[in-house]
Design a protein around this ligand. Sequence first.
Ligand code: NOJ
Length: 491
Amino acid sequence: MTIDPNDSIPLLTEDVITGDKALKGVLPHDFAYAASTASFQIEGGWNQDGKGPGIWDVYLHENNMDNGDDAVNSYNLWREDIKLLKQYGVNTYRFSISWPRVKPLGGKDDPVNEKGIEYYSNLVDALLAEGITPFVTIFHWDTPYELQKRYGEFENPEKLVDDFVAYARVLFERLGDRVTNWITINEPVIYMMFNIMGMKADTWTEDTSIAYTKSLLLSHARTVDLYRREFKPKQGGQIGITLNVDYVVPIDDSPAAIEAAQDSLDQMFGQFADPIYHGYFPESMYKRFDRTKLNFTPEEWAIVKGSNDFFGLNHYSTFYATGEVRPLKGASGRDRALGLEVRVAEKNGVPIGRRGENGHPYDVAWGFRLLIQYIDKRYLKSSGHRLYITENGYAVDGETKLEIDQAVEDKARQSYYAGYIREAVLARTEDGIDVAGYMAWSLMDNLEWLQGYRSRFGITCVDRSSPDFTRTPKESAFMLKRVFDYLISKE
Ligand code: NOJ
């Protein structure tokens, strides 16, 4: 019999929070407690009511993979989803808007799909009527396919940025009277990674990485600039980007491991956070990229630097850097996007934490606290910004093989949440860092990109084989409710 290393790791329960008297009511009344989703992963209705095809629709179909034609049918079942949110006691819902649903062809001069706007407008109204604040992501990776056909989408900053900002303008104009929390772009590094691994694997070069980095940063920055100039003064909202990072610690105290850990953070995180907060790229990026190419003009820098109202963070795991660095030649798409530094999840045969489905994520709660401290030191202190945890969650190993009545008993997910939320709260109470929100990923099981439906992050099961996509809450949904009910002050 083989021994599953996950079995030897003790499970935490919510008791690490609700059993700690010192934590009762420590979060402010306006703390954003949310569940989160993304349009392509949940909506389905891929060509309903005038929606155009997105790059993921085309790629997944062409490659005969799990697709988003129906996803979990939230386009039609959104009223039920709001009932779930209500049941789970959240005060905020983070969701994203599908660009090809709002603008089927995507370009600045292309028409708006009124039905698409109506869908999001109804959703926003219904949330507000239930006392739930919408936290809206403008771009969570579903680019209109037409823009890929026209000019290679993000490969072409000259064209893409104008189209992106014109799309964002429509959202501010049509929803900004009611939506006051905006995320420009979700996880730019992972968007780039999926393009390298999938859609553009054969043609990708280091120049493509630079073009994507520019398109992503400039789309974000110009959208923020537009919002601040034309909408914020009357709508009074806030806007920022959401970045993701695995925390990385050196496996030992060798100079090579220490350097690799920092380089890895730079590549995955600093590549976007440093320009926005400091106005330059991390120096280590130039070990690989040409300095004259990975740069902006002074006018562009002026718009990129300072282009955040808050810090949005998606975080799941921590790894060890070994100090070894892979050669670029022959590196996988994943390593080209996330860094060539070798990162492992084991030290002296001991796993860093409980391994999730397909190795994503590992449950390493202590790394979360260290990461929040790192972000505070490098980005929050100088800016005075709040930190919103815009995603955090767990895919239980083997859950996809379970029947629903077993899947709902998601002890490993509850353990993950208990540990991570406790660390985030301690970062606030003990380290004095302004952690202003926590958004669990995800409200429900959904389409996990290239993994399809074979990895489940939901706090709600969705039975895709039933005609009505039956939703069944998992225990973690109610555990989160109890935890935040305990943590958030009533006054
Ligand atoms: C981050 C992404 O934003 C989301 O789309 C994805 O499903 C989760 N991580 C889990 O991998």
